[in-house]
Design a protein around this ligand. Structure first.
Ligand SMILES: [Zn+2]
Length: 98
C-alpha cells in the first residue's frame, strides 16, 4: 500500500534538493501564506530530526534587499533591518545535506 507522505517528509525532500525559504516552500506546496508560522514549526522540527539523524542542516542568512545588511544566521525570519529599518528582507533559506 502506498503511504501518503507527511508534510515534514515532503519539506525534507524539497530542501535536500535546493536551499529554500519559507515562502518558497509555501509556494511549492500551494499553501496559504498564513501558514508561515506553522511552517516555521515544521522547519524547527526538521532541524531536530536532522540533529538526531546526523544530517547537516544549513541555514543561509537573510539579507536586507535595501542596504545589503547580512543578518546573523538564525532559524526565525527577521522582520526588519536593524541598519536601515527596511522591511524588504530576503528570507533565509534552509538546506539539508543528507
Ligand atoms: Zn537594510
Amino acid at each position: 500500500m502506498h503511504k501518503k507522505q507527511t508534510l515534514v517528509e515532503k519539506i525534507i525532500d524539497m530542501i535536500r534538493k535546493r536551499p529554500m525559504s519559507l515562502s518558497d516552500i509555501i509556494f511549492e506546496l500551494e499553501l496559504d501564506r498564513k501558514t508561515k508560522t506553522m511552517m516555521l514549526d515544521y522547519i524547527l522540527k526538521i532541524e531536530r530530526i536532522a540533529k538526531q539523524k546526523g544530517w547537516k542542516f544549513i541555514v543561509y542568512a537573510a539579507e536586507c534587499k535595501n542596504c545589503g545588511f547580512q543578518f546573523k544566521k538564525r532559524i526565525k525570519p527577521p522582520s526588519k533591518c536593524p541598519r536601515c529599518k527596511s522591511q524588504r528582507i530576503m528570507e533565509q533559506r534552509y538546506y539539508l545535506k543528507i
